[in-house]
Write a protein that binds this ligand. Structure first.
Ligand SMILES: C=CC1=C(C)c2cc3[nH]c(cc4nc(cc5[nH]c(cc1n2)c(C)c5CCC(=O)O)C(CCC(=O)O)=C4C)c(C)c3C=C
Ligand SMILES: [Fe+2]
Ligand SMILES: [Fe+2]
Length: 335
């Protein structure tokens, strides 16, 4: 019998890592935003209202008014290289290329809009990837983000006779590596300010309260992230939820309501960070850094700082490398 050492080495199997984020319009104009919103808001994981009731509202009131308003907001944060969310996600994938050795390709896709998840899974398969790690970049799990990204990927896999093997990145809301990355990023941003904030606000994207009642862990995940960040920093952090959409009751306290109320309580200097977003986007750069600032200053606040997301910063990329390397165990040999 041959000793194991006599066997030829197992040929490396090509592995793909697909970073996935929410998606964004192709341009900051009303037609592009309308196409994007039509796809996004038709997702039944996002708007959980019966199709027959919701579609007429979406096609009527929502898609006739919101694209213009949202396009105006997008125009304020659009960069030379496109939408911040797309540009930063692309930069994250680029920064991770080669991080797991020569047999691992890192790519990115968007749940809505482009590059489409199905197209990039096909491209990875065509490039010879027999194993794919799907990585929805949401620290806190919700059906409206993590699950729908995975659904979309599995829908494409469902069309394949010869599927690649697939793993998915779990939520990492309480992962010590994530909390440490957030802590160091926030502390570094605070150290660069020319004032000392009276309060540190952590603003998470909101969700309808009903999703919490139905068992979505999102709210609990956000609470835990904020608590762990506060403990790691040894200071109080105030948790708020932003971006309310529609008529249903959303998670509270609402970020805009808190920002408007703080100065009357003597809190005139604040820093705000959005730990639930792995990349800066419309919701952080326009809603928090522009409109949030206006709300706070108009209410009597004197100092406002928006602290950036982890993005493709050194700390942000180190975090992604740590989280992804763990999931690649057994697929690639990482020393
Ligand atoms: C980070 C987690 C997110 C959760 C949870 C989430 C839930 C959620 N969002 C909407 C409606 C909208 N969200 C919009 C933009 C948007 N949302 C997220 C992330 C989460 N959403 C991101 C990263 C972005 C930014 C996209 C970008 O291009 O930069 C928008 C579009 C913008 C607008 O018109 O205001 C809508 C609409 C719902 C209904 C929902 C939960 C059910
Ligand atoms: Fe959203
Ligand atoms: Fe918003």
């Amino acid at each position: 019998m041959n000793k194991p050492a006599d066997h030829p080495p197992i040929p490396p199997r090509r592995v793909g890592v697909l970073l996935i984020n929410l998606g964004t319009p192709d341009a900051p104009d009303p037609p592009a935003v309308r196409r994007y919103l039509a796809e996004f808001l038709s997702d039944r994981r996002v708007v959980e209202i019966p199709r027959l009731v919701w579609q007429p509202i979406l096609r009527g009131a929502v898609l006739t008014t919101r694209p213009k308003k949202s396009a105006h907001a997008y125009a304020q944060v659009w960069r030379e290289d496109g939408s911040p969310l797309a540009a930063i996600t692309k930069a994250q994938a680029k920064a991770l290329e080669g991080a797991f050795g020569p047999d691992v390709t890192v790519d990115y896709a968007m749940r809505y809009g482009r590059p489409a998840i199905g197209d990039r899974i096909q491209a990875l398969k065509d490039a010879g990837c027999e194993r794919i790690l799907l990585a929805p970049l949401y620290p806190q799990y919700s059906a409206a983000t993590t699950a729908t990204a995975n659904d979309k990927a599995f829908a494409r896999l469902a069309t394949m006779r010869w599927q690649p093997a697939v793993r998915t990145l779990p939520p990492y809301h309480d992962d010590p590596a994530y909390i440490a990355a957030l802590t160091s990023s926030v502390e570094e941003s605070l150290a660069a300010l020319d004032f000392t904030p009276d309060a540190l606000i952590t603003s998470f994207h909101g969700m309808p309260v009903r999703t919490l009642q139905l068992g979505d862990p999102y709210h609990c995940h956000c609470q835990k992230t904020a608590r762990l960040l506060g403990e790691a920093m040894g200071r109080e952090v105030t948790i708020t939820f932003q971006s309310r959409f529609g008529r249903a009751k959303w998670l509270e306290p609402a970020t805009d309501v808190v920002l408007a109320a703080l100065p009357a309580k003597g809190v005139r200097k604040i820093a705000i960070v959005a730990p639930g977003f792995s990349a800066d986007c419309l919701e952080t750069l326009e809603e928090l850094a522009i409109r949030g600032r206006e709300t706070f200053l108009a209410a009597g606040g004197t100092h406002f700082a928006y602290l950036p997301c982890l993005n493709d910063s050194r700390v942000g990329i180190d975090l992604l490398r740590t989280l992804l390397a763990r999931e690649l165990e057994g697929w690639v040999r990482l020393s």
